[in-house]
Design a protein around this ligand. Structure first.
Ligand SMILES: Nc1ncnc2c1ncn2[C@@H]1O[C@H](COP(=O)(O)OP(=O)(O)O)[C@@H](O)[C@H]1O
Ligand SMILES: O=c1ccn([C@@H]2O[C@H](COP(=O)(O)OP(=O)(O)O)[C@@H](O)[C@H]2O)c(=O)[nH]1
Length: 287
């Protein structure tokens, strides 16, 4: 007969990987198994899309928002983005957006001139991204897309502060989250902010929407014979110094194995194609 032993105090070793009741934290789940999506009315959507990606980070450069450059923001561009994003959020794909500000103010171009130090110039640039974000949010809401703007530094009268868990929750509820003010730090770019937010919210890809068809072996605006790359490795981008994203951004993607798709958002249908994982532009990484 086994001897019954009583214990006054037990120490149970719960290692991080132990099976003892440790359920994976949905907020820190791996990039490919998310909490179930919810529709904007909070109903759980079990029929997850059978698309390549379930949660994407769409980077929209300020330059792309300006359209034909006749004004800072072209409402036709923001509306076309909104309509294409609406078509894929209806499929249950979760879309987060990082918006640039170069159409209004690019810090590096102003630093040094008119007495502006780089940090002050960059803060003005980050504020420019907030203007773009509010414009894009208003356009999306005007066609019924529930949207939240989260800023990297507090501007609580116009947007939520960036809170990762809150952003993930909004996405799970079928809301589009627009991240503004970049990383919130000077000396960075919104491409880096896109890579950072993608990693933080466990999105699976950075979709970089630009004014050109993808990554070429030379600047297509200077060299009409420039050749479009279908795919590139991170090493090729860095070694060939292809000006796709700044080095910080591409390194962050490489270190976190985040694929990048560079595509032309001016071609109708490209945004929804990119979000649905269809072939468009240039795919970097993503082995
Ligand atoms: N100020 C905060 N600091 C940290 N986490 C927060 C904060 N506000 C909300 N959250 C987290 O964000 C997630 C979503 O927030 P919540 O307000 O519940 O959104 P909703 O009600 O729309 O689902 C929750 O997990 C909550 O814990
Ligand atoms: O994390 C960031 C993101 C942006 N910026 C500033 O905001 C400007 C606009 O962002 P960006 O140039 O990346 O916009 P885009 O090129 O996408 O239009 C930059 O030039 C920087 O001056 C910054 O200082 N820190």
């Amino acid at each position: 007969m086994t001897q019954q032993r009583s214990f006054r105090r037990l120490v149970i070793n719960c290692s991080a990987s132990s099976e003892l009741g440790s359920s994976p934290d949905p907020m820190n789940s791996s990039r490919h198994n998310h909490m179930p999506s919810m529709d904007p009315f909070g109903m759980q959507m079990n029929d997850k899309p059978s698309y390549k990606w379930q949660r994407v980070l769409l980077k929209v450069s300020g330059e792309a928002l300006a359209g034909d450059q006749s004004q800072n923001i072209d409402p036709k561009i923001t509306m076309s983005i909104a309509r294409e994003v609406a078509s894929v959020t209806r499929l249950g794909i979760e879309v987060a957006i990082v918006v640039g500000g170069g159409n209004i103010f690019r810090g590096s171009s102003w630093a040094g001139s008119s007495g502006l130090d780089r940090s002050s110039a960059d803060y003005i640039g980050m504020l420019a991204t907030v203007m773009n974000a509010i414009f894009l949010q208003a356009t999306m809401e005007s066609i019924g897309i529930p949207t939240r703007v989260q800023t990297a530094f507090r501007m609580s009268e116009v947007a939520e502060p960036y809170i990762r868990r809150r952003a993930v929750r909004h996405l799970e509820k079928g809301r589009v989250v627009i991240f503004a003010a970049g990383t919130g730090n000077p000396f960075f770019t919104t491409d880096t902010a896109a890579a950072l937010r993608c990693a933080e919210i466990n999105a699976e890809v950075v979709l970089k929407a630009t004014n050109v068809d993808g990554v070429f072996d030379d600047d297509p605006r200077r060299n009409p014979n420039a050749r479009l790359h279908d795919t590139l490795t991170y090493q090729e981008v860095t070694s060939k110094d292809l000006s796709v994203m700044d080095m910080t951004a591409i390194t962050l993607c490489q270190e976190n194995n985040i694929p990048v798709v560079v595509f032309n958002l001016n071609k109708p249908g490209n945004i929804s194609k990119a979000i649905k994982g269809e072939r468009v532009g240039t795919l970097i990484g993503g082995t």
